[in-house]
Design a protein around this ligand. Structure first.
Ligand SMILES: C[S@@+](CC[C@H](N)C(=O)[O-])C[C@H]1O[C@@H](n2cnc3c(N)ncnc32)[C@H](O)[C@@H]1O
Length: 373
């Protein structure tokens, strides 16, 4: 399967919308490859000497580096352009999605009313979206993850998948393998012969990473949880459009429910960087509680590790926290998920944490895994 599979719940752009989307990608590529790549030179040649002149020593932290970078006009120009590229990308996607909104909603309704459904959808009308997610247009996505405009609304999920497809195209992320497929390959490599029968994906969003587990383990019952109702409606319709049985539920990673020891694989992809630390810790405790003996947990996310970075890299990679509305970015980058797994009860010798390359070697993922005794 390709990273961005084609299915009937994907919105389809007109010629002009496509052209605008391609322009925003080209702008993002230009800013990343030609402007952002010069920021370190800017720091070394202009900002650092200014700091040294004022303080008689070199900057020692990302905050000190920020004190001379944020008011540098060239860095301000980069930052404005980088943000503009992201805003324009979402604007270009909005044109297509708002035009396709009614068609997507009616397709969702058609799938849910069909008696051919392979999977299920469980929404909780009493569900309280965690405060940190309710009010944030996360990575500038219009409406964030949790917008919900009514019973047949699927926009948040459509935004996540369609915008995400465009976003990853502009970031040099390989197209040959999806995040879920990377997770499956890692699990098959590390736990030879392990064949889960009940699988849980936490923070499943539109289900892009959930569905590959159905393909990889066709006899398993696969579940996904997320906090956004419209995201889950979209995920459900998407899975049905792809004829993949998935059971979606509106639940919080910090308090997942389900019975103790009822899964043999509990995993997440790209979710921890969206969670406050307390939620990630609780998710590890829930992973332990939910796993049967011998069960495996695997949590995979972007490879940003501040403990391995120089102060410059911490400043450089921290840009998204404020400028791309990623409220837990730095928290994630300084957390140690493997310690949380040990604290949750996973045996020391089963815990592994490290980097795992995408098949085409384009990027590395950061993976934490453990197995219950
Ligand atoms: C970056 S997306 C991950 C997408 C998906 N796993 C994938 O690989 O495509 C993060 C997801 O986590 C969800 N999320 C945020 N806080 C959550 C929580 N407390 N419990 C469950 N899901 C949460 C968001 O709604 C969002 O869909």
């Amino acid at each position: 399967m390709a990273r961005n599979p084609i299915h009937s719940m994907l919105a389809s752009p007109t010629h002009d919308e496509f052209a605008f989307q391609q322009y925003t990608l080209a702008l993002k590529d230009f800013v990343r490859d030609r402007v952002r790549s010069r920021n370190e030179d800017l720091y070394e040649v202009r900002a650092k000497p200014r700091f040294v002149k004022e303080h008689g020593r070199e900057p020692q932290s990302q905050q000190e580096i920020g004190s001379v970078m944020w008011d540098d006009p060239a860095y301000q120009m980069f930052s404005r352009l980088h943000r503009d590229g992201q805003e324009m990308m979402w604007a270009s996607v909005s044109d297509t999605l708002y035009r396709e909104q009614d068609r997507l909603s009616s397709d969702y309704t058609r799938y849910t009313q069909s008696n051919q459904c392979k999977g299920t959808l469980e929404l909780d009308p009493e569900f309280e979206v965690p405060r940190g997610m309710a009010n944030v247009d996360i990575h500038l996505q219009p409406g964030g993850y949790c917008s919900d405009y009514g019973d047949d609304d699927v926009l948040a999920g459509a935004f996540y998948e369609y915008g995400g497809n465009l976003y990853t195209m502009g970031r040099g992320v390989g197209q040959a393998e999806s995040k879920g497929e990377v997770g499956v390959r890692f699990i098959k490599d590390r736990y030879r012969g392990f064949t889960p029968t009940r699988v849980l994906d936490i923070g499943c969003s539109a289900g892009s990473s959930t569905v590959p587990y159905v393909t990889a383990f066709p006899d398993a019952e696969v579940h996904g949880i997320d906090i956004g109702a419209a995201i889950l409606r979209y995920a459900h319709a998407r899975a049905e459009a792809m004829e993949k049985p998935v059971h979606y539920h509106q639940r919080d990673a910090a308090e997942i429910g389900f019975e103790d020891e009822s899964f043999d694989l509990v995993m997440s992809h790209n979710s921890m960087h969206e969670f406050p630390q307390s939620t990630t810790e609780a998710m590890m405790r829930e992973s332990f509680r939910l796993l049967k003996p011998g069960g495996v947990t695997m949590h995979m996310d972007v490879n940003i590790r501040f403990d391995e970075y120089s102060p410059w890299m911490q400043f450089h990679r921290g840009w998204d926290q404020i400028n791309n509305n990623e409220p837990y970015w730095r928290v994630y980058a300084t957390n140690n998920p493997s310690d949380m797994m040990r604290e949750a009860g996973f045996p020391e010798e089963s815990v592994w944490q490290g980097k795992f390359r995408q098949l085409d070697k384009s990027i590395q993922w950061f993976i934490s895994t453990a197995r219950k005794e």
